[in-house]
Design a protein around this ligand. Structure first.
Ligand code: AMP
Ligand code: MG
Length: 340
C-alpha cells in the first residue's frame, strides 16, 4: 500500500464516514415523510443529512479539534423546533453511534461546519447526504468527506450505500466505500468493515483505475438524474458529436465520480443549466478519487476545479470528467456544443 502521509486523518475519516453511511441506511429503511423538510432554497433535507453531518463533525472535533469544517447543513431548523419529530429522530439515530449526544451537542456539532473556505491552512469539507433526492427515491446517494490543504484536496472518502460493490455483478453486496489520497492512488473497500477500523490493509482494499480507453465513441457516460442540475439535452448532443451510441446512466450524487473512477463508465458530464455555481462539498472527494484513478477533471472550459474560492467553485462552470487519454476530445466536443 502506498498510502502513508495522512494515516490518522484517513482512519478517522473512514470510520466516521462508515458510521454515517450505516446510519443513513438505517434511516432509509424506516423512512417516514415527517423525517424530511424543504429548505429555503427549495431543496430537501432529511433526518439523514443532519445525523450524518453531526456524527462526522463530532468525530472530527474529537480527533482534530483545531481543524475547521465546511459542511452543507446548519442546526437552524432543529433549533426552531427542538420538540418536533425531526429533532427527535435526529437524536435517536445519532444515539445509535453516540448514545451521549443530546440535541444541544448535536446542534453544536452541526453549527461548527460553517467554514468559509479559501486558501489558508487546512479544512474538511462534508456533504453529509449528497444526492438527497436520490436518498428519498432510494436510489444513489453518497456521504462525501474531503480534506483540503491550501486549496488542494489531499484526502477524499466517499461512501455510496446503494452502489453494488462489484460493477460486473449488480447482485453483489450493496454498498461501496472509496478512499483517495493525493499521490497515493484511489481505492475501493467494502462499506461494512467487519471490525477493522483502519480498514486500509491490502486485504480489504482494491486499487481502482479509470477505464483504459482511447476512442471516445466507445465510451458510456453518466449525468445527473435531475435535468435541472445538468442539461440532458446538451449531454446528448455532446455524445452524438463524439459518436457515442451507448445510452447515458442517470444517477444522483458523487456516485458518478466513483463509477468513472472504477471504470464502470468512462465520462461524467455536468453541464450548466442556468446560473448555478457548484459547491465545494459536491466535488472535493469525488474529483480526487477520479484524479487518483488516472482520470482528468476540469470544468467545461478546461480549467481545473479551484477549491480555494470560498464555499463555492466561483471560478468554474460545470464539470467534465474522463480518462486522461480522451479528456481533451470530450472537452472540445463540449465547447463546440455549448458555444454553438
Ligand atoms: P447531482 O445528484 O449530481 O445532480 O447533484 C446533487 C447536487 O446538485 C446537490 O448537492 C446540490 O448542491 C446541487 N445542485 C442544486 N441545484 C443545482 C443546479 N441548479 N445545478 C447544478 N447543481 C445543483
Ligand atoms: Mg450535495
Amino acid at each position: 500500500m502506498t498510502l502513508s502521509q495522512l494515516t490518522a486523518e484517513r482512519q478517522v475519516a473512514v470510520r466516521a464516514v462508515r458510521d454515517a453511511a450505516r446510519t443513513c441506511r438505517a434511516i432509509r429503511e424506516a423512512f417516514r415523510p415527517d423525517q424530511a423538510e424543504t429548505k429555503s432554497d427549495s431543496s430537501p433535507v432529511t433526518v439523514a443529512d443532519y445525523a450524518s453531518q453531526a456524527l462526522i463533525s463530532l468525530a472530527l472535533a474529537e480527533a482534530f479539534p483545531d481543524d475547521s469544517i465546511m459542511g452543507e447543513e446548519t442546526a437552524a431548523s432543529l433549533l426552531d423546533q427542538p420538540a418536533g419529530p425531526l429533532a427527535a429522530a435526529v437524536v435517536e439515530h445519532v444515539g445509535g453511534v453516540r448514545p451521549d449526544a443530546d440535541l444541544e451537542r448535536i446542534c453544536w456539532a452541526l453549527d461548527r461546519c460553517g467554514h468559509a473556505g479559501g486558501t489558508e491552512g487546512r479544512h474538511w469539507t462534508l456533504d453529509p447526504v449528497d444526492g438527497t433526492k436520490g436518498f428519498l427515491r432510494n436510489q444513489q446517494y453518497a456521504v462525501a468527506l474531503a480534506l483540503i490543504e491550501a486549496g488542494q484536496v489531499v484526502l477524499g472518502v466517499l461512501a455510496c450505500p446503494n452502489l453494488p460493490a462489484d460493477p460486473a455483478n449488480p447482485a453483489s453486496s450493496i454498498g461501496s466505500l472509496f478512499v483517495a489520497e493525493r499521490g497515493g492512488g484511489a481505492w475501493q473497500l467494502p462499506l461494512d468493515a467487519g471490525g477493522d477500523d483502519d480498514s486500509f490493509s491490502a486485504k480489504s482494499g482494491r486499487r481502482i483505475r479509470v477505464a483504459d480507453i482511447s476512442e471516445p465513441s466507445q465510451a458510456s457516460y453518466v449525468e445527473s438524474y435531475e435535468s435541472a442540475h445538468s442539461s440532458h439535452d446538451h449531454a446528448s448532443e455532446i455524445a452524438e458529436a463524439l459518436g457515442i451510441t451507448r445510452p447515458s446512466r442517470r444517477m444522483d450524487s458523487q456516485t458518478k465520480y466513483a463509477v468513472v473512477a472504477r471504470g464502470e463508465a468512462e465520462i461524467y458530464l455536468r453541464l450548466p443549466n442556468g446560473s448555478w455555481v457548484e459547491q465545494v462539498w459536491d466535488h472535493a472527494a469525488g474529483s480526487l478519487l477520479v484524479t487518483e484513478a488516472g482520470g482528468r477533471v476540469s470544468d467545461v472550459r478546461g480549467d481545473a476545479l479551484d477549491f480555494s474560492a470560498g464555499r463555492r467553485l466561483e471560478r468554474n462552470r460545470g464539470v467534465v470528467v474522463a480518462p486522461a487519454a480522451i479528456h481533451a476530445e470530450v472537452l472540445a466536443a463540449t465547447a463546440r456544443v455549448l458555444e454553438g
